[in-house]
Design a protein around this ligand. Structure first.
Ligand code: ATP
Length: 236
């Protein structure tokens, strides 16, 4: 089976995430996509995230109607503190969740014929060379990189860790063409998902909640309800 691993802070999970997962599932025949909320994202250490339990609950709600979308506890903390902020147990001091560790934890549970795809947006992929053991991560799984407003998929090759990057002479002739298809290199396979152009971010949603602005169509109604009930992001 083709399996997708989709990690994120999911603070909160929104329609952009679901659109990415849906497009990847359709294009690459994914039989299962694991939505893996990070306990502590190594990429967002400066701003403490909403407690893991709330983010996980929202992922459960958003994926409920979809048989192939599976909430995953792969990066769950050993303890589940409910309060965020400095000095609160667990959340603020926990170790960051590195994708290479997550993938290595997942791999032994897969079947021999399973093929693992790492789902990611182009904004996050543009930093991939800085990730822990980035080259090893490319050896462990194929990547599906989705477009996002404000970023160009043409930058995918340049974002690769240096040793995997194709020479400019190879990529230059294609620079003016729309980026699509697959990039198959020694040590890395990257599939481009060019039609996921959802103008939404978790940041914009948190800001809209705090400012009591309508959340529009970018949030699953069950997730919007949960945010209100729990008073997340200043909803009360
Ligand atoms: P924030 O605004 O808090 O930075 P975010 O909206 O980027 O959050 P994350 O949970 O950080 O959401 O993203 C998880 C993954 O989903 C990342 O790989 C990111 O690139 C991707 N992603 C998020 N939103 C979109 C979107 N609108 N279109 C395509 N990919 C997206």
């Amino acid at each position: 089976m083709n399996i997708g691993l989709f990690g994120g802070t999911f603070d909160p999970v929104h329609r952009g995430h679901l659109a990415l997962a849906t497009a990847a599932r359709e294009r690459y025949d994914l039989g299962c996509i694991l939505f893996v909320p990070a306990n502590v994202s190594p990429h967002k250490l400066r701003a403490p995230a909403t407690p893991y339990l709330h983010r996980y609950a929202m992922v459960v709600l958003a994926t409920m109607g979809e048989k192939t979308f599976v909430p995953s506890l792969l990066e769950a903390p050993a303890e589940l503190p409910l309060k965020s902020g400095k000095g609160q147990a667990g959340q603020a001091v926990a170790e960051p969740s590195y994708s290479i560790d997550t993938v290595r934890r997942l791999k032994p549970t897969l079947k021999k014929n399973d093929r693992l795809f790492f789902l990611i947006g182009i904004d996050a992929f543009s930093e991939i060379a800085k990730w822990r053991e980035a080259e090893a991560l490319f050896r462990e799984c194929e990547f599906i990189v989705a477009s996002r407003p404000g970023y160009s998929l043409a930058d995918v090759a340049n974002a690769l860790p240096e040793r995997l990057r194709p020479p400019t002479a190879v990529t230059k002739p294609f620079a003016k063409q729309p980026a699509k298809g697959d990039l198959v290199l020694t040590g890395a396979t990257v599939h481009l998902l060019e039609n996921v152009n959802q103008p939404v971010s978790a940041t914009a949603i948190r800001e809209a909640v705090a400012a009591k602005r309508p959340l529009g169509r970018f949030l699953d109604p069950a997730v919007a309800d949960y945010i209100k009930k729990m008073g997340l992001y200043g909803a009360r």
